[in-house]
Design a protein around this ligand. Sequence first.
Ligand SMILES: [Mn+2]
Length: 314
Amino acid sequence: MKYDVYFHNDFDGRASVAVFLDFLRKRGDSIQNYFAVDHFLRSRWDKVVRASENPVAIFDFYFHPKAAYFFDHHLTTFINDKWEKEFRPSKFFNLKYKYESCCRLVFDSLRKNFGYKPSATIKELVFWADVVDAAKFRSAKDLIELKNPVAQIDAYIDHESKNGDPIKWLIEGLSKTRLKTLTRDSRVIRAIGIVKSKINKSLEFHRKHLQVYSRVCFIDLSSTKVERIRFAPHYLVPSLSYMVTLLKGGGFYRVAVGGNPWRDEPGGYDLRQLVRKRYGYKAGGHRRAAGITGIKTKKEAGKIAKELIEILNK
Ligand SMILES: [Mn+2]
């Protein structure tokens, strides 16, 4: 059997597919087409998935009833009420919000439901997917200065995947090669050089434009070409608890809100609950990183950002 895989265009999405690929390989199946997907696809999602000719597997992304396998850990997984109402968990449909990475959900489900026997390389990958997706690096410095192999691979993916490139070689690599070995690939080395200089430019932009409101900061990245470096604010101002970022993409504005994972406060806000309650179906994410997508004007996005800054300072 050959599958078409749809996965969120990030490290966790690819790591999830790598685990699935290892599982398929061991039973003599394979992947025909790789599609890295992102939230701009929302309005076309139903059509896109229906157009697949092979059985479909979805990772770290929107649910679709046509899927043969489905794995996600996001509250944003349902794009309409009907699919949410009709959704029944099964060994093929796996949705568990408490998972820190989708990759671990794939790993646990395949082991439990299909007797999958993962290699040591896969176990290591799953460990690191949790670290990346839940932002459990030891420090912002570790991440921003690209100190460890997984930070480098994550940065390589960010760099290569901008135009939606699935980066098939890397997914195949992740399914059977240690991260450290993959960082020695010339494609990764070349990209990391470029990424480092972009990071430095972005840090410069942040130093100039970062606005700090007590324990919350705000940065508007919607009209600049500098890269979004997710933890740049926490690297520059380690005392911050939350950051609010204004972004633009696919013709829409987006407001992202993130906690400082290195200053996690007991009783701090569950950000996905906060944005979901307030902004409905177009809002979601994780406890410490969430966002509101599909905002039509900059004015509206700015208003939401301001609201969030106020709430998070309470
Ligand atoms: Mn994920």
